[in-house]
Design a protein around this ligand. Structure first.
Ligand code: HEM
Length: 469
């Protein structure tokens, strides 16, 4: 056997592509559930080989996931030709990069997005404008459809606009054809593949010699990126023409200032990030449709603290119940159940096992948020939506726990967390302040089952929306 000694336990040798049917047998739809089943059998750290030489390590449960996230040897990212194809054939940007270049890109992005108001209250105005537009659109739907509103894709539009305002300095009108076209691309791309297929470690030559077969196998619709790349390239060209050295307006200006030679790539990231935040808002509303009593309690708290105005970031500390409900929705919905695949940068140890350099490592955040409901479990009755889990016994203080990791943790933790948190809070709290959400009469409650893809999304749902006076 090629397994090094002390390799984590797991099934023997899986052929490269054979691992898909294998995982499907464990769970036909969701890779994170398939990997959880494997770990129920073998333990929190499971190892197997894809084909002759690609080790794959699945990490489940709070203890092992934390150890993995704080082990810097596991902070790499797998790369393959199909992934690089989306970034002009090179490893660019932050999310799929590693080593000194990743470090530099991550630092640069954080520093300048912060300067541009990202995650601070100065971006509140920008988010507020999007919220006002969204509320308008919902009111218009209410009128036309007698109160019933279809939420498919609705939040995505707002989120793309916020990200693009920071990156490209431009806001689209909600009915702009170019915007809806870009959104279709993003949506089709994110749901054109799933985590398992996107991580098949096919050797690079496959893409050169068997391009269409390889793409079919990976399911990645990189071709969808061409119009997105064209769009971004055009904006960069425009920016380089009319930017001023002293007064950068947005991230593209800052980036151009720093390295005029390098090609900015934000397309790779933006699809993932708009989906995650809009997905969180959608799931929060969905869970509150299922839990009307909790929806009412949030609304009571919002009325008490915000009066007749929309909620503001500065009021967050006075809104513990609302915050707790939002955290609970994130715990249950698991937009990114397997985070983004990590890679072992060198030989290392995890829970006492040896992890060979180059291993693909998945941290199963879902299993941190869902316990097996035994005596040792942290989240008791983990399937139940219960905001009180995140509150002190008197209900006045929020309890933040490291058993809740929607943004992951460690060196690779989500870079957009401050912006995502603010956006998620402002949108969801504003929607609940202004509207009541009810199920459609005589119809079953919309499903909580997520739509599979690179991230888990909510399936478009309809609800009766009434305005609160
Ligand atoms: C609710 C919304 C969001 C969730 C749940 C989320 C979650 C995550 C997770 C789980 C990861 C992978 C961490 C790991 O590999 O261990 C990640 C990475 C990342 N996220 Fe987010 N994210 C959200 C929104 C955003 C937004 C709005 C942005 C950008 C403005 C963003 C930028 C990034 C970047 C750049 C990375 C890669 C970091 C790296 O590889 O160093 N995210 N996110």
């Amino acid at each position: 056997s090629i397994r090094p000694s002390n390799f984590p336990p797991g099934p023997r040798g899986l052929p490269l592509v054979g691992y898909i049917p294998f995982l499907s047998k464990l769970d036909a739809e969701y890779p994170h559930l398939a990997l959880k089943k494997l770990s129920d059998h073998y333990g929190p750290v499971t190892g197997f080989y894809l084909g002759p030489c690609q080790p794959f390590i699945s990490v489940c449960g709070y203890q092992a996931v934390r150890e993995a996230l704080y082990n810097e040897d596991l902070a790499g990212r797998p790369s393959n030709a199909a992934r690089r194809e989306r970034t002009f054939g090179q490893r660019l940007g932050v999310i799929h990069n590693e080593g000194p270049e990743w470090q530099e890109q991550r630092r640069f992005t954080l520093r300048h997005l912060r300067d541009l108001g990202f995650g601070r209250t100065s971006s509140e105005g920008l988010i507020r404008e999007e919220i006002e537009d969204l509320l308008e659109e919902i009111r218009a739907c209410q009128l036309v459809q007698h109160g019933s509103v279809d939420f498919k894709g609705m939040f995505n539009l707002s989120l793309i606009n916020i990200l693009w305002a920071l990156i490209g300095g431009e806001r689209f009108k909600r009915d702009d054809q170019r915007l809806s076209h870009l959104l279709d691309i993003v949506d089709n791309f994110v749901h054109s593949a799933d985590f398992t297929r996107a991580n098949i470690p096919l050797p690079d030559f496959c893409l050169s010699y068997f391009p269409s077969l390889t793409r079919k196998l990976l399911g990645l619709r990189n071709d969808l990126f061409t119009p997105l790349q064209d769009f971004i390239r055009e904006r960069i060209r425009q920016h380089s023409k009319d930017r001023s050295e002293d007064n950068p307006r947005d991230f593209i200006d800052v980036y151009l200032q720093e390295m005029t030679k390098s090609q900015l790539n934000s397309s790779d990231n933006s699809s993932f990030h708009a989906e995650t935040t809009s997905g969180s808002i959608g799931f929060a509303i969905l869970y509150l449709l299922h839990n009307p009593e909790i929806q009412r309690r949030i609304q009571m708290e919002l009325d008490q603290i915000c009066g007749d105005s929309l909620p503001q970031l500065s009021q967050r500390p006075s809104l513990p119940y609302t915050e707790a409900a939002l955290m609970e929705a994130q715990r249950l919905s698991n937009i990114t159940p397997l985070a983004v695949a990590h890679k072992a940068l060198r030989d290392t140890q995890l829970q006492g096992y040896s992890i060979p350099r180059g291993s693909i490592v998945t941290v199963n955040l879902f299993t941190v948020h869902h316990d097996n409901d035994d005596d040792e479990s942290f989240w008791k009755e983990s399937e139940i939506f219960r905001p009180e889990r995140h509150l002190s016994p008197d209900g006045r203080k929020l309890i933040k726990s490291d058993h809740l990791l929607p943004f992951s943790a460690g060196k690779r933790a989500c870079l957009g967390e401050p912006l995502a948190r603010n956006t998620y809070f402002l949108f969801t709290a504003s929607l609940l302040k202004v509207f009541e959400f009810h199920p459609l009469p005589d119809r079953p409650l919309p499903t909580l089952k997520p739509k599979n893809g690179l991230t888990l999304g909510y399936d478009g749902f309809e609800a009766m929306v009434t305005s609160r006076s």
